[in-house]
Design a protein around this ligand. Structure first.
Ligand code: DQA
Length: 157
């Protein structure tokens, strides 16, 4: 029998453009952890609670939109760092708004303390919440929220 998505304990983690370069990309702003380090940490943390993390990085807006549109079939929630698309992409915003599962927006850097063009997120208002400025811990806090809120065991009467 096919599992219902709410029984799967699976979360989709999306990383937007240029985040594949973490570790060498402006480490004073984004830290020294690579994307693999972040994904591994999330996967290990999830496993402890019997959750599965599936991570995808893309430099292409359409790939991220496809993944969001298909996510409800397999995942209970999405964590997304939309990177530069945060500040520009109505299409990404519309995709997030169109799906019935919750999305958490995360950023490594504190975007409100950076250049003015980073102060506006087109994504935040269609997300369950936004965690920004804690480096890798922004993802960890988002995952912790999802695990503690949406675990299938928690949802049983
Ligand atoms: C970022 C912040 C964005 O403004 C920037 O374009 C990124 C990374 C962050 O994680 O701090 O690529 O999303």
């Amino acid at each position: 029998m096919a599992l219902k998505s709410e029984d799967r304990n699976a979360v989709l983690v999306l990383h937007g453009p240029n985040l594949g370069k973490l570790g060498t990309r402006e480490p004073d702003i984004y830290g020294s952890a690579t994307l693999d380090d972040i994904n591994r940490h999330l996967e290990e943390m999830a496993l402890l609670s019997d959750w599965q993390v599936v991570a995808l990085q893309s430099n292409h807006e359409g790939d991220l939109i496809d993944a969001i549109e298909n996510a409800p079939e397999q995942y209970q929630a999405i964590i997304i760092n939309p990177a530069g698309l945060t500040h520009t992409s109505i299409c990404l915003r519309d995709a997030i708004q169109s799906v019935p599962i919750p999305t958490i927006e995360v950023h490594l850097s504190q975007i409100a303390a950076r250049e003015e063009f980073r102060h506006t997120s087109l994504i935040s208002s269609v997300c369950r919440g936004t965690i920004t400025g804690f480096g890798m811990h922004s993802y960890i806090m988002a995952l912790w929220y999802i695990i503690t809120t949406f675990s299938s065991a928690n949802q049983k009467p």
